[in-house]
Design a protein. Structure first.
Ligand code: NI
Length: 181
């Protein structure tokens, strides 16, 4: 079922979400099905449970089609379709990269956000299986963006340079809508 995506200003986006304590349950399956329906309907690249008002540490991101490319990162390897529960992110370098981000909770806008260039992330899939990946580039950016939602952080709160913040169609005229997270 497609759910309403909360937009910036809603206090529910600022909460710290709770860990999932039981895996492979009907409730978790329904939540994930709703999150994928909602993300696809909005043409998103990622979604966190708090964005649909569910205060649990659950994020999804990536693409079913392994050939899909993010137009903002046309040279980046595709990000696999991922369910990530109770995630922990560990930065693997001091290096910080700046890149454009959007967010389904901040529709129509883009801003440049500094992120760790390379991270290891760990967590669980919907059945409780362990996930442990070391990633960089867009994959590292999207997982940091989604996991921030679990701590009540929206990307404008990470920005340092507000001269690089604006409406997508003004910043990038002629470019078709790029996915938001
Ligand atoms: Ni977002």
């Amino acid at each position: 079922m497609i759910r309403e995506i909360l937009r910036m200003g809603d206090p529910r986006l600022l909460r710290v979400a709770e860990p999932v304590r039981a895996f492979d349950t009907p409730e978790l399956r329904t939540l994930l099905a709703d999150m994928f329906d909602t993300m696809r309907a909005a043409n998103g690249a990622g979604l966190a449970a708090p964005q649909i008002g569910v205060p649990l540490r659950v994020v999804i991101f990536g693409y079913d089609d392994p050939a899909a490319r993010n137009p903002r990162y046309p040279d980046a390897p595709p990000v696999p379709r991922t369910v990530l529960i109770n995630p922990v992110i560990e930065p693997l370098s001091e290096e910080v990269e700046e890149g454009w981000e959007g967010c389904l909770s901040v529709p129509g806008l883009r801003g440049v956000v500094p992120r760790h260039a390379r991270v290891r992330y760990r967590g669980f899939d919907e059945k409780g299986g362990a996930i442990d990946r070391t990633v960089d580039g867009f994959h590292a950016r999207v997982v940091q963006h989604e996991c921030d939602h679990l701590d009540g952080i929206l990307y404008p709160m990470r920005m340092r340079d507000f001269t690089r913040f604006g409406f997508t169609d003004v910043l990038f005229p002629g470019l078709d809508a790029t996915p938001e997270e």
